[in-house]
Design a protein around this ligand. Sequence first.
Ligand code: SAM
Ligand code: SF4
Ligand code: SF4
Length: 369
Amino acid sequence: MSEKIIMLHDLRAPALAVPAAPVTPGGVLVDALSRPLHDLRISVTDRCNFRCVYCMPKEVFGKDYPYLPHSDLLSFEEITRVARIFIAHGVEKIRLTGGEPLLRKNLEHLVAMLRTLPTASGRPLDLTLTTNGSLLARKARALKDAGLDRVTVSLDALDDAVFKRMNDVDFAVADVLAGIDAAHAVGLGPVKVNMVVKRGSNDDQIVPMARHFKDSPTILRFIEYMDVGASNGWNMEEVVPSSEVVERIAAELPLVPVAANYTGETAARWRYLDGGGEIGVISSVTGAFCKDCSRMRLSTEGKLYTCLFATRGHDLRALLRAGHDDLAIGGAIAQLWRGRADRYSETRTADTPSLERGARKVEMSYIGG
Ligand code: SAM
Ligand code: SF4
Ligand code: SF4
């Protein structure tokens, strides 16, 4: 194929409307399908030092890729202000993501600013981060000291050759493992490790990964390869269903199911029969969990997305920079959440990604996982 694809950021985002009547924050907001707003995922950069084949393939995210200029990004002050407004409307969990969030300079300053925010219920804010682990050994201490609770680290293989093919920048497994060890050492645990499974690419790593993290404090979770964005050339044949992941592990290391920790938990949990800890499987494709989805996503440049598979965002930055007060901005957010009816995974079919090519979905590296 000679045609070069240049992906644009979401240029279709209309500014959010401020409702005529103010919406006083009451600590609980429910959407059109009665789902409460509970989690906010904040993408702090659209850049990454990896080129994972399922997320930022090199053919699309090459040298000429038009990343956002710094002035387009929300500042730490803006992010903290938005977080405070969300928290007043019931958010109790914030996850920082990207791109690779640890590439954002002085991220620990943002963590420290978010840490000071009290939740509406008085329960402590759950503040976490998802990272590819490449800079974690260097950053773990500063993140912990700033008040981060936990980290989730992505790692798709134990075998160096397979991992290097997945990250496509020649990054070694040992360096990610060193990041995980550093996170444990400073108290950023329990560390979760996410492995995206792509059939024919890294599915031979399922059992070795399970063996490696068994009998350790790290909780390994297998994620079904998803049709996020428009650049990874997803097809259903490359998805390894969670049921198959569990079968493959259980054939060698017997497993029994564990009850969910809380409603809306995305991972189904299994524990080793011999007491060697647990694993999770996230069936984003074969077992939709939209009915309990309580997440709003904030992009690097301040657009709000009510679903990971949304084709358009809502421009919150325009409101922030137009000088609206917190009550008005909170009202706009409340109105957006109340109108939310997204349930993409429940309605997806194997043909959906090709049917939707005309209405391009945003990239995972832009709104985070
Ligand atoms: N760079 C960080 C990292 O990799 O952890 C944070 C951002 S990344 C977009 C967040 C998560 O999304 C990672 O665990 C990654 O493996 C996952 N992810 C990216 N593309 C995916 C896809 N097509 N299907 C399933 N998970 C995906
Ligand atoms: Fe980067 Fe994370 Fe996407 Fe991999 S999954 S390319 S590490 S943003
Ligand atoms: Fe939530 Fe959308 Fe994923 Fe369903 S498809 S679980 S609504 S993000």
